[in-house]
Design a protein. Structure first.
Length: 161
């Protein structure tokens, strides 16, 4: 029993090693990551949380990365009939004292035209572009695949736009 408790405790102690944060002025970017897409994927989604500890709003207005031909800020929505859509947005507002989560089913980074395979455990450079904070260099970690194609989550592996 003590061995099991020790194992469980060690797992909880190792979780922060996988998370990573970046700070730029009043902004904190928490765990930018890409769930590992299928090897044949043409696109992938990027996710994170952005905290604004300042007194003024900021806006995420763009993203750059060498892993894809094109990287955009997108929003997924499901209408009253259950039909899902995804579209480019010009910006994401991060209110003062607020947190915005880029996650499945909402705002996210869309990497289109992947230039190679993304493998769990890798990290890839990227730049988030903010209206106030400017260009913020980050690393996207490639995390384990998460429910690609499952109910409630959009499968980015076949997106080609």
């Amino acid at each position: 029993m003590k061995r099991i408790l020790a194992l469980v405790a060690s797992l909880f102690l190792t979780v922060p090693a996988f998370a990573h944060d970046f700070t730029a002025g009043n902004l904190r970017i928490i765990h930018p990551h890409i769930p590992q897409p299928f090897a044949s994927a043409k696109a992938a989604g990027g996710f994170m949380a952005i905290v604004n500890n300042g007194t003024e709003p900021d806006r995420l207005i763009g993203v750059e990365s060498d892993i894809a031909m094109k990287s955009d800020v997108h929003e997924s929505k499901v209408d009253a009939n259950g039909v899902g859509t995804m579209e480019h947005v010009d910006f994401i507002e991060i209110p003062p004292g607020g947190t915005v989560s880029l996650e499945h089913g909402g705002y996210h980074i869309m990497f289109m035209g992947l230039k190679g395979t993304l493998t769990e455990g890798e990290t890839h450079k990227g730049v988030l572009i903010f209206e106030r904070a400017g260009r913020v260099e980050i690393d996207f970690s490639i995390d384990p695949p998460t429910g690609q194609g499952s109910t409630g989550q959009m499968d980015h592996s076949t997106m080609d736009h």
